[in-house]
Design a protein around this ligand. Structure first.
Ligand SMILES: [Mg+2]
Length: 171
């Protein structure tokens, strides 16, 4: 069976605006620049779209799963339900260890297996180096987005829309 290709998407700072604090209320969950357009374009080009997000606020009991899921519903509604799966790591090192939480790669490994994805044809877009390190562990190419000084990572652009252009140019 032919393997699929995917774009793994970090959530806060990539899909929705990073507020510098935990985002768990739908009214605070504001999409980043041209996210619905980027998602639609990647999907047209046959990429699976898989969110991989650390949500350590769950372990710290700062918000509930229901609040997080309401944010994910808003995300899907705004993206025409084009996101194939949303993996979240509820652990936080102050409460318990977890191999799912980035920079570890268990969320990625689960998705690679479940959806029969070729990691070398796949990408991860994230706004922190721990996202890049999770991608590197499974041979997925990382693109760093957000306000970082030049040279922070091998591949870096401003936002998901720009990352999408890189991905489509190299696919
Ligand atoms: Mg992030």
């Amino acid at each position: 069976m032919t393997k699929h290709k995917a774009v793994f998407l970090d959530r806060d700072g990539v899909l929705n605006v990073e507020r510098g604090d935990y985002t768990y209320l739908p009214e605070d969950f504001v999409l980043e620049y041209k996210v619905p357009e980027a998602v639609a374009l990647l999907k047209q080009n046959n990429f699976l779209l898989i969110v991989v997000t650390n949500q350590g606020g769950l372990a710290k009991k700062l918000f509930t799963r229901a609040q997080m899921l309401a944010c994910h519903s808003k995300l899907q509604q705004n993206c025409n339900n084009l996101i194939d799966a949303i993996y979240y790591a509820p652990a936080h090192p102050s409460v318990s260890a977890s191999l799912a939480r980035k920079p570890d790669s268990l969320m990625l490994e689960k998705a690679l297996a479940k959806f029969n994805i070729n990691p070398e044809a796949s990408w991860l877009v994230g706004d922190q180096l721990r996202d890049m390190h999770a991608a590197e562990k499974v041979q997925v190419k990382g693109i760093l987005v957000g306000p970082h000084p030049p040279g922070t990572y091998i591949m870096q652009v401003t936002n998901l829309w720009e990352a999408t252009q890189i991905i489509l140019n190299q696919a």
